[in-house]
Design a protein around this ligand. Sequence first.
Ligand code: PEP
Ligand code: MG
Length: 572
Amino acid sequence: MKLRGIGASDGVAYGKVFKLEKVIFEISEEKTTKPEEEIKALKQGMAETEKDIEGIKKRAKEQLSEEEAAIFDAHLEILKDPELMDQTLCLIRQQHYKAAKAFHEISENFAHLFEMMDNAYMKERAADVRDVSRRVLSHILQVSLTDPSDIKEEVIIVADDLTPSDTAQLNKCYAKGFVTQVGGRTSHSAIMARSLEIPAVVGVEEILSKVNAEDYLMIDGLSGEITINPTEEDLKEYHEKKAAYAKKKEQLLTYKDQSTQSQDGYHVELAANIGSVQDLEGVIENGAEGIGLFRTEFLFMGKKQCPDEDLQYEAYKAVLETMGEKPVVIRTLDVGGDKAIDYIHVSEEMNPFLGHRAIRLCLDQEDIFTLQLRALLRASVHGNLKIMFPMIATLDEYRQAKKMLESCQEDLKKEGYQVSDQIEVGIMVEIPSTAVLADQFAKEVDFFSIGTNDLIQYTFAADRINEKVAYLYQPFNPALLRMIKMVIDAAHETGIWTGMCGEMAGNPLAAPVLLGLGLDEFSMSASSILPIRKLMASIKKEDMEHLAQKALQCGTSDEVMTLIKKYIPRGV
Ligand code: PEP
Ligand code: MG
């Protein structure tokens, strides 16, 4: 059977289905006549859970980082909490509860207590207690849990959705690809799949009910096609596609150390988007000319508490030192929307993407923002740092953020720290109000980076992770192209540069139009850099200017697309 979703990360993959679904335990109410046996089962379950957590922690350390592994120390602490053990034993001995029922009841009480607390950080600990409890129950009841880091064979993961931290836990050796029911090309799980270079298809309705654990899946992350239990013929096609993909990748390597030039010699900069220090390997392998977007929020996610100034400083320094003289644009914290952080409480919102996120939250939570600004400023002496504020909607917000940055700079200097005096400060243009007022912003900022993932969602009023409105996600719509032109023109009239770090910059059909519109810097998933460099070398800036002029006069996305295909040489 063939199904189609949204191709989210290029490449083909084949493997056994691994369903990542929440397990529902059946906990018997029956009492026991042999409490000692239940106590033995409980202790054994806890000992096995400890081994599990230690194993996951070790893998997290190897694949991710020390900080990311620290979350599992918290899990071990919960597991070893004497109160949890004593109260469970009490229920077994005095009330003759079975081990699973007793442990479930006590751990739920614990989780509840956390939930009732006023402090947002403590509230979030309830999820950790439940996580540990699930593991213990799975051992007592001998039910296996689905956990992405437990996978030991080559599989295709099928899930309703993967959170960014689920995606970060995937072991590339085994997770050959993934398919999700929800999400679009710019959901964060899709963006991370591209960073990890794992083929992915998202937005496949009801896929969980259409496949079983015995099934095999073949996925094409470019076309979005999924084949359940492929035939011999299908598999032949898979091997051909796989070989063609590998060959294409190899050929592209010849572009690795070249600068990016159009056929008529016009230079643009191709930079990479990263989410962690670990992503730098792909950046170097793919010959990026800089980092156009470091999404720092991943440093803050999956942790017990906010990373302190020194820890952040080390991460920023590592990126700056690795990149040497090349520019590194580090974006300040952008949480909220589809990115949640345990210790920053964001109350339930009807429209999280329109809510208290990114710079709005940072200007409100000055402690967290100050820590980050200080860490960035201290790191500035280790490379070519540019600081960027996300989700700026008004000039007042920018001025407020800039003022905080300047005051941090003064404090640091007074404390005897060295801070570079060459740091450019820019903003993401991802809200239509800012695009429209770009000429005014251009007088005060050092650069713009257009965030089309959000700019499209706000321009067309279409949630970027809702596949039902994915048809409105229209990078080629002339409305968007005109807005981009306004931003680029405003920047150039004032003598500043404009980049783009939304996914559109790495789209091979969009990049030629953007070249024609005069975009200076294109920042994308590292895996898109070489194909785009090759593409640029085959087109002329002058031709693309004509194309852009015509595109701006079109009425629909389809008309623009048809036009682009006429201008781009075949086979590129
Ligand atoms: C964007 O909105 O285009 C962007 C690059 O930021 P993010 O995807 O992290 O929201
Ligand atoms: Mg954004």
